[in-house]
Design a protein around this ligand. Structure first.
Ligand SMILES: CC(=O)CC(=O)SCCNC(=O)CCNC(=O)[C@H](O)C(C)(C)COP(=O)(O)OP(=O)(O)OC[C@H]1O[C@@H](n2cnc3c(N)ncnc32)[C@H](O)[C@@H]1OP(=O)(O)O
Ligand SMILES: NC(=O)C1=CN([C@@H]2O[C@H](COP(=O)(O)OP(=O)(O)OC[C@H]3O[C@@H](n4cnc5c(N)ncnc54)[C@H](OP(=O)(O)O)[C@@H]3O)[C@@H](O)[C@H]2O)C=CC1
Length: 283
């Protein structure tokens, strides 16, 4: 099946990045968010990043104009009616995601593939909210999407080979590297990454060292591009907590228990860079 038109649902940091990369690769894209303000912020961010890419001579001004011409915005799920692929990137919550998928199933054309950018939630359960579980798949981009090369592709129990092949081909067309992983909590990336971030938060909680020093240890001592607490702020502390909860519940193993300090920060609304405060302050 040829994918030409894509809807991306959720205009947050991931959704906007996915929409940008798809439009830059020649796909027609509708960026959707139920919140008009979030939608406009997402569209502005894309324009800003494209302008920066022109300034750095990575793309030409014509590339930028062409990309923006392929991009439209929408606040209504019914605008999925002429899309071949929908990529969902709303909050990491099963109830919200299943509600979006079940509504979407009524609007998207019969042939359309419905993909989720979930970081950790079971694709099989998301697929079960639709009448087309064979056309539901996980397409897990990494943050920041325009920079990171990987896309984890997750098959649900009923995902068809045709769906998998179409998404693998599209991932290559986006100049990303696809890696197929099984439908287990956290897949591979977050099963490995998130316990390390959670452990770094425990290290702050237990007063072993300051956030700055913990990040310095991991940057200079293990060559990570960002320390784990800077990375947690960058990902979003709400998303980190949701992922730890999925791992904890999914495996039933106490080694995945989220650090109480992480819960406290999320309750305070300190969600990291996106809200201006997390382990660090952002002005
Ligand atoms: C939670 C999940 O489900 C899964 C996940 O995504 S986990 C998170 C995975 N991501 C990571 O681990 C990121 C770790 N950090 C890094 O790789 C790097 O710090 C980084 C790429 C983000 C920034 O790189 P850097 O060298 O420190 O900074 P900088 O020189 O400013 O940026 C390098 C390039 O990235 C671009 N960039 C940086 N941040 C960006 C952003 N938020 N959006 C788009 N582009 C960005 C810059 O424009 C720059 O591009 P050019 O090469 O064209 O100039
Ligand atoms: N952050 C990261 O590093 C990564 C995140 N992911 C995954 O991507 C998804 C999105 O994360 P991220 O972009 O960081 O989150 P953000 O909080 O930045 O963005 C989520 C966006 O979705 C909107 N939204 C929420 N519910 C709906 C809905 N029902 N319909 C339409 N829009 C909705 C939100 O609006 P509002 O603000 O009004 O609630 C917000 O604009 C999550 O599943 C996350 O796990 C995957 C890889 C990396």
């Amino acid at each position: 099946m040829a994918i030409k038109k894509v809807m991306v649902i959720g205009a947050g940091q991931m959704g906007a990045g996915i929409a940008q990369v798809c439009a830059q690769s020649g796909f027609n894209v509708v960026l959707n968010d139920m919140n008009e303000e979030a939608l406009q912020k997402g569209m502005k961010n894309i324009e800003k990043l494209l302008t920066r890419a022109v300034e750095k001579e990575r793309i030409t001004n014509t590339d930028k104009t062409d990309t923006l011409n392929r991009l439209t915005s929408s606040t209504q799920l019914k605008d999925a009616r002429d899309c071949d692929l929908v990529i969902e990137a709303v909050v990491e919550n099963m109830d919200v995601k299943t509600k979006v998928f079940s509504e979407l199933d009524g609007f998207a054309p019969k042939h359309a593939i419905l993909a989720s950018n979930t970081s950790s939630l079971p694709i099989t359960e998301i697929a079960a909210a639709t009448n087309r579980p064979d056309q539901v798949i996980g397409m897990h981009f990494m943050n920041p999407v325009p920079v990171m090369k990987l896309v984890e592709i997750i098959r649900g129990l009923q995902t068809s080979d045709e769906t998998f092949n179409a998404i693998q081909t599209m991932t290559n067309e986006l100049s990303k590297t696809p890696v197929e992983v099984k439908d287990f909590p956290g897949f591979v990336s977050n099963r490995v990454l998130m316990p390390m971030i959670n452990e770094a938060i425990y290290t702050v909680y237990e007063g072993v060292a300051s956030p700055e020093d913990i990040d310095t240890v991991m940057k200079l001592g293990t060559n990570h591009p960002m320390g784990p607490l800077t990375l947690a702020d960058f990902i979003g502390l709400d998303t980190c907590l949701y992922i730890m909860e999925v791992l904890h519940e999914g495996f039933g193993d106490s080694k995945y228990r989220p650090c109480p300090l992480l819960r406290q920060y999320v309750k305070a609304g300190w969600l990291g860079k996106k809200t201006g405060r997390g382990f660090y302050q952002y002005s």
